[in-house]
Ligand binder design. Structure first.
Ligand SMILES: C[C@H](CCC[C@@H](C)[C@H]1CC[C@H]2[C@@H]3[C@H](O)C[C@@H]4C[C@H](O)CC[C@]4(C)[C@H]3C[C@H](O)[C@]12C)C(=O)SCCNC(=O)CCNC(=O)[C@H](O)C(C)(C)COP(=O)(O)OP(=O)(O)OC[C@H]1O[C@@H](n2cnc3c(N)ncnc32)[C@H](O)[C@@H]1OP(=O)(O)O
Length: 383
């Protein structure tokens, strides 16, 4: 796999850093999740695929020292705390990079490592708000609306951080040096939205939120409810595709206002909505499948894996617990990701084997255990 041989230490965090670690693990890195000790009652990382868990108390001097030792043999450290937390533990980048100059030290935060909010708490919706992107999301006459916590946490955070790590790993093959990756979710979400910025002069965003071409203003870029309470997604932007949409709906193009007549959009939406409500989703699929009308069913998470196209590509996978999830993306032709099919690790499940692997002796491990710096957690206890 593309990242085999890369050793990653991921300090356990909320949502974005677990995704970052999972991407690296899916593509072959050996990812150790460093969990809190004493461990919490329940594992809240649902993105632990392919990782192993080490429960280590970083607040004890011996725990912080153990992490420093682990970092000597690691390629990447991912830390998800607000700025200053790692420094307070004596585990800041100055210390760790001095000890291992090849280390990639990835810091995944909401507001970044500097600026007045660097030490403030926040969540996806706050980061999205400060990126400017949230102001563009939402329907006409409604408040801005955050699409779950996908944009800042995961796209602007977890994925951007993984990209930064991979770029730093590539650069290290030339310079032999590590570096700090300062992944701010505000900036990640803003960067992700570069198209919004760069397209300001195209006239795409001249109208209020929810009245533009791609933000639910246009009748040909919208979702519509079907007779059976399901939905169809319509994305017929180009005139040749729009023509096919109109045909599929049983309308006559010559009798409709021009496609880009903004003032007619609200009425056209009503007309399209009335038509979509007359047939079931399956009936609309039969009409539009195989055309270029850019009309697709809105599938639920229960439906996607069984949808013919997704089945043909094997886009969703099952683990040995029969849980379905998306296959890692993108597909690499020679060295594709081979995600683990095992269940996620329990907190502290691999503490001993990891420490042995990183050069700790049995005696040292026993001492750390007796001092409650580390915890073991045998799987049987969780079953
Ligand atoms: C919208 C999303 C958030 C979604 C999260 C959900 C997935 C989960 C939220 C609530 C969960 C549910 C809930 O807990 C109830 C149930 C519990 C049950 O167990 C499981 C089911 C639950 C239903 C559970 C289910 C889910 O887990 C939830 C629904 C986001 O936006 S996530 C993005 C957040 N932002 C960031 O990550 C940016 C950077 N980080 C931060 O800004 C801060 O970390 C943050 C997130 C604001 C949290 O601040 P906090 O004060 O808590 O932490 P920090 O200041 O960073 O400091 C960390 C302290 O911990 C110490 N520490 C760390 N590791 C160790 C260790 N190994 N040993 C010892 N100590 C450790 C560290 O030293 C710091 O200590 P100090 O505070 O003393 O300096």
């Amino acid at each position: 796999m593309a990242l085999s041989g890369v050793r990653v230490l991921e300090l356990a965090g909320l949502a974005p850093s677990p995704l970052c670690g999972m991407i690296l693990a899916d593509f072959g890195a050996q990812v150790v999740r460093v969990d809190r000790c004493p461990r919490s009652a329940m594992n809240t990382d649902v993105q632990g695929r392919g990782k192993r868990s080490l429960a280590l108390d970083l607040k004890q001097g011996a725990g912080a020292a153990a992490l420093r030792r682990l970092c000597l043999r690691a390629d990447v450290l991912v830390e998800p705390f607000r700025h200053g937390v790692m420094e307070k533990l004596g585990l800041g980048p100055k210390v760790l990079l001095q000890e291992n100059p090849k280390l990639i030290y990835a810091r995944l935060t909401g507001f970044g490592q500097s600026g007045r909010y660097a030490k403030s708490a926040g969540h996806d919706i706050n980061y999205l708000a400060l990126s400017g992107v949230l102001s563009k999301l939402g329907r006409k006459d409604e408040n801005p609306y955050a699409p779950v916590n996908l944009l800042a946490d995961f796209a602007g955070g977890g994925v951007m951080c993984a990209m930064g790590i991979i770029m730093a790993l590539y650069e290290r093959t030339k310079s032999g040096k590590g570096q700090v990756v300062d992944a701010s979710m505000v900036e990640g979400a803003a960067y992700l939205s570069s198209f919004l910025w760069k397209s300001q002069n195209l006239g795409l965003w001249n109208r209020l939120r929810g009245e533009n071409l791609l933000d639910s203003g246009a009748p040909f870029y919208e979702t519509y409810k079907t007779l059976d309470g399901k939905f169809m997604a319509v994305g017929a932007i180009e005139p040749q595709f729009y023509e096919q949409l109109v045909k599929g709906l049983g309308l006559d193009l010559d009798k409709l206002p021009s496609q880009l007549s903004f003032s007619d959009w609200p009425e056209m939406k009503k007309m399209f909505a009335a038509l979509f409500s007359k047939k079931t989703q399956a009936e609309w699929c039969r009409i539009f499948d195989g055309t270029d009308a850019c009309v697709t069913p809105v599938l639920s998470l229960d439906e996607v894996a069984l949808y013919q196209h997704n089945k043909e590509r094997g886009s969703f996978i099952k683990n040995d617990q029969e849980e379905i999830s998306p296959r890692p993306s993108p597909l690499l032709s020679r060295t594709p990701a081979t995600p683990s099919s095992r269940r996620d690790p329990f907190i502290g499940e691999h503490t001993e084997e990891i420490l042995l692997e990183f050069g700790f002796t049995k005696e040292e491990i026993a001492k750390l255990h007796s001092e409650k710096v580390i915890e073991f957690n045998k799987p049987k206890a969780n079953l």
